[in-house]
Design a protein around this ligand. Sequence first.
Ligand code: F6P
Length: 544
Amino acid sequence: MDHLPASKDLAALQQQMANTHLRNLFAEDPSRFERYTLEAAGLFLDYSKHLINDDVMTSLVNLAEQANLTHAREAMFSGKKINYTEKRAVLHTALRSFGDAPVMVDGEDIMPMIRETRARMKVMTEQVHSGQWLGHTGKPIKHIVNIGIGGSYLGLKTAINAMTPYHVKGFEHHFVANIDPNELSEVLRKIDPETTLFIVASKSFSTLETLQNAQAARAWMIEKGCAEEDIRKHFMAISTNLKAIDQFGIAQENTLPLWDWVGGRYSLWSSIGLLISMVVGYDNFERLLKGAEAMDQHFSSAPLAENMPVIAGLLGVWYQNFMGAESHAVISYDYFLRDLPGHLQQVDMESNGKRTRKDGSTVPYQTGSVIWGGTGTNDQHAYHQLLHQGTRLIPVDFIAPATTHNPIGEQHPWLFTNALAQSQAMMQGKTLEEVRDELSASGMGTEEVEQLAAHKVIPGNRPNSMIVPEKITPETTGALIAMYEHKVFVQGTIWQINSFDQWGVELGKVLGDRLIEKIRSKEETTDQDSSTNGLIKRFKQFNH
Ligand code: F6P
């Protein structure tokens, strides 16, 4: 990125923008909203409250062009092995394609097996919903438990909660992700072994947490009276590793395949999304996919300057690489979207938390942003103070649907108004003069006004986007998640990193495998660093 001519232009523009204020940009140009808004796949993006002008946007788009984004985008959609460290194609977009075009991987069209898997998901879902699928005592399923972590959990939870109004009645769903036994115990306490179906979702089927939880769930079923030969009535599994599923003892007809060209954090659209289908019904799962497909079509065909994920990605690059921002907040003004920041943390930080370019060199600039956030209005009463008056530049995405599924009195208009007010307050702030006038008007004496005024100044000039879907539906949920996936891709392309591997998470796993032996051993550990030796000793003090 640093060698591209547009980088130099942007560095110069940063100087210029550092001396301007969003208030002035709005005052100077009444058409700012019209110029910096766009609509795609049911989402409306207002990016007018950003520290940009036409020169900045032109240079950012030049940067994307010079980084060969168009070429990279085509390479991804067409199945090139762009995940070059794992020699894999990246085709989550094929999972949500409903067109006729073939998508080739290693000379094979993968679309027929995607369609076949979708058809099997539909059948499995309907068997459970119709009461045809019976547990070991002949009772229909009432509880569905997803055992999976990371991409086999976060995206599912986000989409399922986003689609709360679409949940099929009569079933309860649960998640077990962590290896923390408290989590599994809490779920086991709520479910009934006669009417529970466990879905073991793991791309690799070798993830410690998932395998331990699945074994424990299996043991619990046996302990509760389910015979070994009936275990198949209570377990489904999804993985690329069908052999490991077989070894675990889950019947072949209860398994769904997955493929190495689906990244874990991009897998909610695949068979890993079986729980989504179980919770909202297969048709709504397909609506979710179609919403994502609409965003894919926009991303792959709209000019870069009018392309929502491209603009979102470029704005992130602008703040992070030229304006010194380190984090990015995503704040949803919809309770049903409360899990989105958690999913985006994996999508963004596991994808772009990288430092090495294709040629092995270390990047001389910042990559992956720190993603965080939550829901409004709750978070206004928690961390918004720092957004308004803190010392850091933190761009925010406010997501605020125009309508609600649950109109009660004026609550939704108030909710939307709060999003609007936060967005406006971040942009315009409150000047020293305004504060002085306000305090004087309240009858305060000059001396006291001068003492207090500086504390009440709100600098403003804090950039933020408003994303306004009409409503949170399966389609807009799909489009929103896909928009963020592509945003991450745009940034990874500009930063010249591989957004699709995750070697960084391996070391902790390997060390964990070694250290568990030390924890199990009765001998004192002396061959590690002094901190690790000491902490193992402390653990054993209370466990042996
Ligand atoms: O966190 C590392 C990771 O490999 C993620 O990329 C993945 O989503 C998660 O673990 C779970 O992996 P699996 O689906 O193979 O169990």
